[in-house]
Design a protein around this ligand. Structure first.
Ligand SMILES: Nc1nc2c(ncn2[C@@H]2O[C@H](COP(=O)(O)OP(=O)(O)OP(=O)(O)O)[C@@H](O)[C@H]2O)c(=O)[nH]1
Ligand SMILES: [Mg+2]
Length: 330
């Protein structure tokens, strides 16, 4: 039976085939359905178009179906000694910090909302790599859901306050309120091991930016006096570099890690790339970090460092300290 398809139908069919997005495909299919001559001969074709419309609608409602990869830009696998996310209001200077301290290509703009997606980069405290993540800005009205998830799972949330804002205290409260509302419980560093063991969320740290701007130093002093309940704070300038070393040192200390240099027997130690381990790690744990075979076959180690005498022979349970040099014997 002839289908007697019309030019309008063929035009709709062409649109459907050339459509780039699912929404355009859907529009094409709906047009095909409305222009197809309705008679017995086209019944099968009509049913086929209806089926495709319904499948496409389902796919659009649940894009995970059929293996279409859904990429969460906020899912950033931690690298280095630990991960630090920069949280701040629009234009507060987040990208400038990450741009100054890492090789990441961030976008610095003199207008707000310059950063649409998170951008990770590797910064260094001496030879310890620490991952900084430049985040898009937040406001009380808008905090992306997947950003909340990422903040919960990171090691440190660094709250960025712009010292040139004329509402610094409110800005700090806004950021702390956002964390509270989203139930991201930041723990302040208090040196109390027991409370740290119970810590469920990331640690928090306030960094006040643009310290080079006129009046910024006074604003910082005032904020420090008013914000007594807040976590530690520090003032920095991405433009002059003021405070950045201290900021990296604070982050390193908050991460509570140690750097260990491994040394093959009879050869000098590799002082370029330390193994970064949680504070309190043992020789056995270092061996495991090197390779599981090394852990299995570990006989003893010789160690150089502050808490030991040079070349002291130690066993698997020996607790390491930051900057120890270790020669593993298997
Ligand atoms: N004086 C001074 N200005 C700064 C400093 N850091 C950033 N700025 C300026 O502040 C503006 C915003 O900087 P960004 O680093 O893009 O800020 P952001 O928080 O990433 O902005 P969004 O991603 O849009 O939220 C730019 O004009 C920067 O030049 C600083 O240390 N001192
Ligand atoms: Mg930015």
């Amino acid at each position: 039976m002839p289908l007697n398809l019309t030019p309008e139908y063929f035009e709709a069919d062409r649109k459907y085939r050339q459509a780039g997005s699912p929404a355009e495909k859907l529009a094409g299919l709906q047009e095909m359905l409305s222009t197809i001559p309705k008679h017995k001969g086209t019944e099968k074709k009509q049913a086929d178009i209806k089926r495709r419309i319904s499948e496409l609608k389902q796919e659009m409602a649940a894009p995970k179906k059929r293996g279409a990869a859904v990429i969460d830009p906020y899912h950033i696998v931690p690298q280095g000694a630990g991960q630090v996310m920069l949280l701040g209001l629009p234009n507060s200077g987040k990208s400038s910090i990450v741009g100054k301290l890492t090789k990441a290509s961030v976008k610095i703009t003199d207008y707000p909302y310059g950063t649409p997606f998170p951008v990770p980069g590797m910064a260094y405290y001496q030879d310890a790599p620490i991952e900084l993540v430049d985040l898009p800005p937040v406001t009380p009205e808008h905090v992306p859901g997947n950003m909340v998830n990422a903040l919960r799972n990171t090691d440190i949330v660094m709250l960025i306050i712009d010292l040139t804002s004329n509402s610094v205290l409110e800005d700090a409260e806004t950021l702390l309120d956002i964390l509270n509302q989203k139930e991201i419980n930041i723990a302040a560093e208090d040196g109390n091991e027991e409370s740290e063991d119970m810590k469920v969320g990331p640690e928090g740290f306030i960094v006040c930016t643009k310290a080079d701007a006129p009046g910024a130093a006074d604003t910082f002093t005032a904020l420090q006096e008013l914000c007594t309940a807040a976590p530690d704070m520090l003032k920095i300038s991405a433009h002059t570099g003021e405070g950045l070393d201290e900021m990296m040192k604070t982050l390193f200390e908050m991460l509570d890690v140690i750097r260990i240099y491994s040394k093959p027997p009879g050869k000098p130690a590799d002082m370029e790339q330390p193994f970064v381990l949680p504070a309190g790690s043992t020789i056995g744990e270092l061996a495991r970090a090197i390779h599981k075979d090394v852990e299995t076959n570990l006989k003893y180690a010789r160690i150089w460092g502050e808490q030991v005498f040079d070349g002291q022979q130690v066993h698997g349970q020996h607790i390491l300290h930051d900057r120890d040099i270790v020669e593993i014997h298997v």
